[in-house]
Design a protein. Structure first.
Length: 127
């Protein structure tokens, strides 16, 4: 599912996936930096929504339901110019039609780079 997607293009790798929690890493390099040489806020948001989406999908009936991002916000609290960032997403609310995820993105020294909240829609799959 990841081949030929934004996930692959940004170098995002899922490292942990369990009920209610998802973890992924992303390099800070030429693919994810903005013109001033620091991590692009959009790349951080893409990482955050990836973690929320994959985590949310683990919590639904995959034969009859799918998930899609409904709303996301992010606060970029520290710049990062190279290395690796890690996003840890945890479910805050798991309802029948929505899920709310908290995502914290940190660097290799566990410093907070970005904090995000993502609301996922749970949608019925049409056969």
């Amino acid at each position: 599912m990841i081949q030929n997607t934004l996930i692959e293009a940004l170098g995002i790798e899922i490292t942990t996936l369990e009920k209610g929690k998802a973890v992924a890493t992303m390099p800070v390099d030429e693919r994810t930096r903005q013109p001033f040489g620091i991590l692009h806020g959009g790349a951080s948001v893409a990482l955050a929504e990836t973690v929320a989406s994959i985590g949310a999908y683990e919590l639904v009936n995959q034969e009859t339901e799918a998930v899609a991002g409904l709303e996301i916000n992010a606060n970029h609290v520290r710049p990062k110019s190279e290395g690796m960032v890690t996003a840890v997403g945890t479910v805050l609310h798991q309802g029948k039609t929505t899920q709310v995820w908290d995502i914290k993105i940190t660097d290799e020294m566990d410093r907070l780079i970005c904090v995000s909240r993502c609301t996922m829609a749970v949608i019925k799959r049409h056969k």
